[in-house]
Structure formats: C-alpha cells, structure tokens
Design a protein around this ligand. Structure first.
Ligand code: EPU
Length: 418
C-alpha cells in the first residue's frame, strides 16, 4: 500500500487552484442516467471516487469518452442493466445516487445496500421513504434495495432529517415524475444548487435549490448539455487550514468564498488574516492559532468535512477548545492518531476537547477515512521530524494530487511506493 512521507516544519506559501468538487461531480454523473442524450462534464477531478462512479455507470452499459480537451462525455442511452453491485457500492457509498435516476428513467433499480463506514452507520432510510412517496415499490432482499415503479408521481415530501445525497437522489427522481414535487427540510449545500443548475440545463424545472424547500415540476424527458464542475470548497478549506497551521501565506484561486463562509469565519477567529477576491481567498497567519470552539452542522453551518482539519488547528493552538460533531456519530477516528503525534485531545461522546500543545512530533500514522487522512497530513506538516501516513487510498478518493499541490506551496512530501 502506498504511503506519504512528510518532513514537517515548512511554512506554506504561494498560490494554487482547486480541482473540481468531488461531491458536486458524483451526483452530476448519476444525473446523466436521466437522459438518453450525451452530457459533457468539464473540470472533473481525477479521483478514485470519480473512477468508481464511472465504473458503476459503465457496468450498467453507459459509454464514457474523453474529448480532445479532456472533458468527459457520458452517454447513458446504452444503459441495459439497472443493477449496482455490492463490489462497487461497498467501495463508495455515493453509489446510492444512481437509485433515483434509474427508477425515474427505467422504472426499476437494484442497488446493493451500503453498509456502515468509518464515520458512522449512514443509513439510507430517508432516500427510500421519499422514493416510496413518489410511488416506487421498495423491498430489501439479500442485501439489495429493489425498487420498481411505473412513472413516478409528484408528491409533498418532508425529509425527517437533513441529507445531502438523499436530497439529490429525490430531486433527480422528481425531474421525470408526473406533476409537482415539493421537498421540504432539504439540504442546502452548494452542491445541491450545482446539481439543480445542471438539471435545469437538461430541461428540468427545479426551483428553490439552496433554500430549505425545493419545487420540481416533472417533465417527460431530459436532454443533453454540458457543465463545468465548480471548484471543491472542502479542498480549498483544507489548504487554508494547512497554511494556518504552518503559519503560512497562501492564495487559492478559482473558489467562491460564499461557499466557505463558516470556515473563513473560524479561520479569522483563530487569528488568520483573510483577503477575499472575486474568485480567490488569500490567507496569512503569523502567530500560533487562537483555539476555536466549533459545532458542525448542515450548510450554511460549519461543515463536518472540515472538522478533522480544524482538529489539528485546535490541537496546536494556544489554549483550550472543543469541537462538537453533530452530523456523524463516529467522526473522531483521527484523534487517536493525532494523540500519537503529541496532541492532547479527549473525546467524550460527540465532543472532542482540546488542550493546545506547543509541538507535535512526527510518527507513523494510519488514515481511516478521507478527511481524517487530510488531518494527518496537516499534522505532519507542522510536526517536528518525519510522519508516514499509511492507507492513503482514502486520500486519493477525494484530493487530487495532494502531495504535488502541497509541495508546490513548499511542503516536503514524498509518495512511497507499495
Ligand atoms: N442519514 C440518515 N438517513 C438517511 C440519510 C442520512 O439517518 O437516509 C444521516 C446520516 O447517517 C448522517 C446524516 O444523516 O448522520 C447526514 O448524512 P448525509 O446523508 O447528509 O450524508 P451523505 O449525503 O451520505 C454527503 C457527502 C459527505 C458529507 C455529508 C455531510 C457526498 C457524496 N458525500 O454525504 O462527504 O460528509 O454529505 O455534509 O456528497 C466526504 O466528502 O468526505 C464526505 C463524507
């Protein structure tokens, strides 16, 4: 298994651009199932999760080609199989995103039930309840969700809890349903708005994405289009924290700061100077971070996907703080590894309590999930000596060429072969 060797102590400086957003791209690839015309996606990030999503669509018969500008053209007209097998679903829970589009276009889908994962049990009951309200018949057998329907019918659906991929799944399904669907208590993440933009370009009638009520007027069919995947706000946030913990000075280009307001606020609370451009964020930090208390929440609250990275910031801060994780029940797996590097963090239930320390020391550590791995790299950047992060396949799922980008900013990271 490949590893990353990090020699700590370098201050980050310079400017970089972010890649396309993984969590915007994944539902968009699933949305191509809704049309039998070609959809071109530009600025897709080269990530393992994107490859897995393509593998899934390919296994169902979709054709994926690259044009001369390296844009992906997805043709779902040739889909002949509506099954998502366990071998693929187990490697990526976002595979569930094909459920709504498959039932809406083909009237059937068989999707392996995603199991729990490192950050929590992550059930899909909200997706299934909502799809039933649109008229699908759903059964669970032998570890698979089987859904069938004649044309779905619009309905009023209030989600029992806020779910990002659940909102996306049902928004996509409702586009081809008969009549109007009103979704309430939906997720408001920027990626929901991005998906609605793509769907509307395909001829759908979706209004209200980005608020807590989305109204979709179903249409008979959707057409082909092309779309630019926006920059990844979590990747941008991760590099901003990397600069903050190394007392660096960096500029990130191509990212809208509106998508990162809560993260930027907490970085300013920690003592960072931030300059916002039209399409850029500049951070400089010239002191030990002031500790910040954080509670994660659905957008526009503080993103759970930035919690592990801020754990490092608090761990090396000048005092005491706490982080309360309210979105996932088990998202502090990075803490044990950070403590092995000299952090002083105590987890009690859904809260991590931090006492800032003045120095971290490099150590061999193990990545457990995507954002946890990012936090271990950040800790390695500000630790004395060498840190070796094992199981970095987690990081390759969601960060494009992370060591190249950080090295460009002055880090010293080497990818060690198997
Ligand atoms: N939940 C249920 N039932 C459901 C759906 C969700 O109880 O049917 C619970 C979950 O167990 C969790 C909470 O609701 O406790 C929120 O889960 P949500 O469904 O919003 O998460 P998700 O859609 O599976 C997406 C991102 C995650 C990100 C979360 C929260 C994608 C592909 N994934 O997951 O991204 O953490 O929203 O913002 O968009 C990552 O990129 O590292 C990542 C994990």
């Amino acid at each position: 298994m490949e590893k990353l060797l990090i020699k700590g102590g370098n201050r980050l400086s310079g400017s970089i651009s972010c890649s396309g957003a993984k969590n915007a791209a994944l539902p968009m690839i699933a949305a191509t199932i809704l049309s039998d015309e070609d959809i071109t996606l530009r600025n897709l990030p080269y990530l393992q999760d994107i490859t897995t999503m393509f593998e899934l669509l390919g296994s169902m018969g979709a054709k994926i080609t690259l044009d001369e500008s390296m844009n992906f053209i997805i043709s779902s007209s040739s889909i002949h199989d509506t099954e998502a097998r366990y071998e693929l679903v187990k490697t990526m829970r976002a595979s569930i995103l094909v459920l709504g589009p498959l039932v809406a276009r083909f009237g059937k889908a068989k999707i392996a039930l995603p199991g729990g994962c490192a950050i929590g049990s992550r059930p899909v009951n909200f997706h299934l309840d909502a799809l039933e309200k649109l008229g699908a018949k759903i059964s669970l057998e032998n570890g698979y969700i089987e859904a069938t329907s004649s044309r779905l019918k619009g309905a009023d659906i209030n989600f029992d809890g806020i779910t990002v991929t659940g909102t996306e799944n049902i928004m996509m399904a409702a586009c081809l349903a008969e009549g109007r669907t009103r979704l309430t208590n939906v997720a408001r993440e920027p990626e929901i708005e991005d998906l609605a933009d793509l769907l509307n370009l395909m001829g759908a009638k979706v209004q209200g994405a980005g608020t807590d009520e989305i109204i979709i007027d179903g249409v008979e069919s959707l057409k082909g289009t092309s779309y630019d995947i926006p920059a990844d706000r979590i990747e941008a946030g991760t590099y901003l924290v990397a600069a903050a913990v190394t007392q660096g000075d960096i500029k990130i280009n191509g990212i809208s700061s509106e998508r990162l307001i809560s993260v930027i606020d907490r970085l300013q609370d920690a003592g960072a100077d931030i300059e916002l451009g039209i399409d850029s964020i500049k951070l400089s930090m010239n002191k030990i971070p002031t500790p910040v208390d954080i509670t994660t929440a659905p957008f526009p609250g503080f993103p759970t996907d930035m919690q592990a990275q801020f754990s490092v910031l608090n761990a090396i801060s000048s005092g005491k703080s706490s982080i309360n994780e309210t979105v996932f029940e088990n998202r502090f797996m990075h803490v044990q590894e950070l403590n092995r590097m000299g952090c002083n963090i105590l987890v009690s239930g859904n809260t991590a309590n931090f006492v800032g320390v003045s120095k971290l020391s490099g150590a061999p550590v193990m990545a457990t999930d995507l954002r946890a791995s990012a936090s271990l790299i950040l800790a390695g950047l500000c630790a004395e000596g060498e840190t070796v992060v094992d199981r970095i396949y987690h990081i390759d799922r969601g960060y494009e060429r992370i060591e190249e980008k950080l090295n460009y900013l002055g880090a010293d990271i080497t990818r060690l072969p198997n």
